[in-house]
Design a protein around this ligand. Structure first.
Ligand code: DOR
Ligand code: ZN
Length: 334
């Protein structure tokens, strides 16, 4: 059994900087034709200068692979001049509520107090990518944030909004309420619930923000992904942290999946008899939503077992050591 995926895209990935960037970027670039690169560096990518600098860093880290980095700016109060200068070099702007997750301290304090930015982005047709969590009780943060998504989607009907890494059944339903709402979903939220994180012995490598939710949430996400819901895209939120930042008290949030995404997705879609829907989920939906044409790249997978490595450098991937039934066999450029 084989499948060929054309120009797979990871629409939400953390590549970091320096050593970590050089270590993880080639792993994404090996299997993907492009990816949306998150801006939560220290300090954040929050100026045109830093955007251009980071683009160069990513491009040199992925070389010689064919991989288009779709860059994002870290949301703040920009002037129109800054937005116009940044626009040709990015896919959109990523909004983090202040303190919601890793390196988001410089995020937005009051989301509904930034209307000037949303109207400029709407007029300039710059997509808004959102980490949708309030500061409420951890299991309710995304549900509570739906109200803010409604506020944005209703007030700015021409602003293209992406709900990043959705984890709840409510978020899946919200997708169908507003034409201008889209979403990414991670692989890990399609396959784990909170039980896998803390239900038995705690697994720090499955700890992330937003935290994995209830079985019914996972099923709603899975159903939407397996049917290739036209407004849903793969966005792995692959977020590497060195092992000593994960296996410690005060464990950092983030699941590292970049190198195993496609084999695990092939296994998942195969198990549910939905392999014919995988191409839309890993590329076509994103191309349509963002109006992008990624570089051509064919990735061939087959039902041949592989064991997930224990480590990639100093980073532990999700399900390290587990045997899975699909693997990537070749990548070809035209
Ligand atoms: O778990 C997460 N890790 N969620 C995020 O939103 C950020 C990410 C990171 O940068 O480590
Ligand atoms: Zn992220």
């Amino acid at each position: 059994m084989k499948i060929t995926l054309n120009s797979p895209l990871d629409m939400h990935v953390h590549l970091r900087q320096d050593e970590m960037l050089r270590q993880v970027a080639p792993l994404s670039a090996e299997h993907f034709a492009g990816g949306v690169i998150m801006p939560n560096l220290v300090p954040p990518v929050n100026s045109v200068e830093r955007l251009l600098w980071y683009t160069d860093e990513v491009r040199s880290a992925v070389a010689p692979h064919t991989f288009e980095p779709y860059m994002t700016l870290f949301f703040r109060n920009y002037t129109e001049t800054e937005l116009l200068a940044a626009k040709p070099h990015m896919l959109g702007i990523k909004l983090y509520p202040a303190g919601a997750t890793t390196n988001s301290e410089a995020g937005v304090q009051e989301i509904t107090a930034m209307d000037h930015m949303y109207s400029m982005m709407q007029e300039l047709d710059i997509p808004l990518l959102v980490h949708g969590e309030t500061h409420g009780f951890v299991m309710d943060r995304e549900r509570e944030f739906c109200e803010i998504y409604r506020y944005l989607a209703e007030r700015y009907p021409r602003l293209r909004i992406t709900m990043e890494h959705i984890t709840t059944a409510e978020s899946v339903r919200l997708l169908d309420e507003f034409e201008n709402l889209h979403a990414t979903v991670t692989l890990h939220h399609l396959v784990i619930t909170l039980d896998d994180v803390v239900g038995g012995l705690m697994d720090p490598h499955l700890f992330c923000k937003p935290i994995a939710k209830r079985p019914e949430d996972r099923l709603a996400l899975l159903e939407a992904a397996l049917s290739a819901h036209p407004k849903l895209m793969l966005g792995s939120d692959s977020a590497p942290h060195p092992i000593d930042r994960k296996e410690c008290p005060g464990c950092a949030a983030g699941v590292f999946t970049a190198p195993i995404l496609l084999p695990l997705l092939a296994e998942l879609y195969d198990r549910h008899g939905a392999l014919d829907k995988l191409q839309a989920f890993v590329s076509n939906n994103a191309q349509r939503i963002y109006r992008i044409t990624p570089p051509p790249k064919s990735v061939e997978l087959e039902r041949t077992p592989m064991t997930i490595p224990q480590r990639y450098g100093n980073v532990v991937p999700m399900w390290a050591g587990k045997e899975i039934s699909w693997s990537v066999v070749s990548t070809t450029l035209p």
